[in-house]
Design a protein around this ligand. Structure first.
Ligand code: ADP
Length: 515
């Protein structure tokens, strides 16, 4: 405060009775005290007194110290003393005033000593209520404290860098992750915590952040003990109010364990892939082996069968009864072997994908009738009734008639094998929606439910005594299903042990069927 102004102000005020100012201050929202050098309140404005919860009369004549918070009294006493000693001392200080009904009023005080007309020095104290500001500050402090605690206890590392990538803050988790103390890390450069290769990447990342790019990436840091850890970093740029790059905020999570698991999984997947390849190769080998063997078997089989038929037809001379029986046995055996070889060949083709269909328009009813005719003698021989329920209208489909005949032969053949004398087998074919459904129903031994899901797997046979009695390879159903599916159809079974089974398949009436 310049001396000239101080003098003129003091003089101007001194020319008047300070108590006269009370009327002026009466309606002011501030609290105006006039006190003497002993701290006695000479005057206070009405609104000021009301703010403290008092009537003016209750405060006048009373020490200002008595309505000041005990902890602030010495400071206020000193201020009044200073103010009185050196005329016109001006100061801003924060004090707590005590309200009459309890509670504290925070005020910011300006004190000024003036010379009274009677030459007495009085002190004029103006107080501004700053309670709301103080409360807001307190709330801010509390909220800052809450955030600080949150960050401190966070399971993620928090890392704050300035524009030069120097550490300005790290939480305990961040320091723990890297094996340092928080103090060790303060001021250290981001680049001190990584190897050369990562340093180059980190520099590029910082450059991108300067352009406002936020990123989440996996990043390798080097710990104090030299070990490397994998982290997932969410890095955000910080800009000052002028838009200048001011640093970075990183949220860092330790993902070393996840990386190890991923690595291990990748290794196992590669191993699996390799063994899968080996299995596929084995499968290919097996298919080509079956293919070769089947062909090799077929040639001698054809000659065995051919020569046996010559014998049967007496081309090699007349046979005795016993010789004829032996020849029949040879023919039976070679027929069985021929079926087996055919199945194996079909199976090998289906497995290797070299199987092809020869579709043509054909009435499915004809295929059913044909197969029934072929199998009728066998059914009669076993005392089984074999019949078909077919619609009057043709069921013309685009299909490989030979292959569908093979499916029917397998299903009806099985039904005969697994039905006791006196039983009945019915084949039905019906048009349903956009397909034809064929059912082969028998009153045979049936199939226990636990076997049903496996029935169409290759080489699967139900392990019951009746099954063991009957011949077969366990390939028939697998081949039949593959053939039906190759036509775009489906195959399934329903069965009740002791009552019988129904094997069914569908064939789509596709656009091609009308072609
Ligand atoms: P297989 O050459 O052994 O007959 P399939 O694949 O045709 O081979 O049949 C597999 C097994 O399914 C048979 O061994 C038999 O246990 C069972 N099975 C098939 N059809 C019937 C049926 N109609 N009744 C009872 N069991 C059947």
């Amino acid at each position: 405060m310049p001396a000239a102004r101080k003098d003129s102000l003091t003089e101007a005020l001194a020319a008047h009775d300070p108590l006269a100012y009370k009327a002026l201050y009466e309606e002011s929202p501030s609290i105006y005290f006039v006190i003497d050098a002993e701290s006695t309140v000479l005057a206070i404005n009405r609104i000021g007194a009301a703010q403290l919860g008092y009537a003016v009369e209750e405060l006048e004549g009373r020490s200002i110290l008595s309505i000041t918070h005990p902890e602030d009294r010495d400071r206020l006493r000193q201020q009044i003393r200073d103010c009185g000693a050196e005329s016109c001392t001006l100061s801003f200080q924060e004090f707590r005033k005590l309200r009459k009904e309890g509670g504290v009023l925070w005020v910011r005080e300006v004190a000024r000593s003036v010379q009274g007309s009677d030459d007495r020095t009085v002190v004029l104290v103006v107080c501004e209520d700053i309670t709301a500001k103080k409360q807001a500050e307190q709330r801010l402090r509390e909220s800052e404290e809450r955030y600080r605690r949150l960050i401190e206890t966070s399971l993620e590392g928090v890392w704050l860098l300035d524009a030069d990538n120097k550490t300005t803050f790290v939480n305990a988790e961040m320091a723990r992750m890297l094996g340092y103390s928080v103090e060790d890390m303060m001021g250290a450069s981001l680049f001190d915590f990584m190897n050369e290769h990562e340093r180059a990447i980190a520099r590029r990342n910082v450059e991108r952040r300067k352009h406002g790019i936020k990123e989440v990436h996996d990043f390798k840091f080097r710990r104090k003990d030299g070990a490397e850890i994998w982290t997932m970093v969410s890095a955000n740029p910080i800009f000052d109010p002028d838009g200048q790059f001011a640093g970075s905020l990183g949220m860092v999570r330790d993902i070393t364990f996840r990386k190890q698991v991923e690595k291990e999984l990748a290794r196992r997947a590669a191993e699996l892939e390799k063994s899968n390849e080996r299995l596929k190769e084995l499968d290919r080998l097996k298919s080509s082996f079956v293919d070769t063997i089947s062909h090799e078997l077929r040639t001698p089989l054809t000659s065995i069968k051919g020569y046996a038929e010559f014998l049967e037809d007496n081309i090699g001379g007349p046979l005795t009864l016993q010789q004829r029986q032996f020849v029949e046995e040879i023919l039976d055996g070679s027929s069985q072997l021929e079926r087996l070889v055919d199945d194996l060949l079909d199976f090998a083709k289906l497995e290797s994908g070299t199987f092809t269909l020869r579709p043509a328009r054909s009435d499915l009813r004809d295929r059913v009738r044909e197969i029934l005719k072929v199998l009728k003698p066998q059914a009669d021989e076993n005392g089984i009734q074999l019949e078909a329920t077919l619609p009057d209208e043709p069921l013309v489909l685009q299909m490989d008639a030979g292959r569908i005949g093979q499916v029917l032969l397998n299903l009806v053949g099985n039904a005969i094998k697994f039905t006791r004398p006196g039983g009945r087998i019915t084949v039905t074919a019906t048009a349903v929606a956009d397909a034809v459904r064929v059912e082969v129903h028998d009153t045979g031994v049936g199939i226990p439910p636990e076997h049903l899901p496996h029935l169409f797997k290759r080489f699967y046979q139900v392990d019951t005594s009746s099954t063991r009695e009957s011949s077969g390879t366990g390939l028939g159903l697998a081949i039949s299903k593959a053939l039906v599916e190759a036509h775009g159809g489906q195959m399934g079974v329903e069965s009740t042990p002791g009552k019988g089974s129904t094997f069914w398949f569908t064939l789509p009436v596709s656009a091609g069927s009308e072609a």
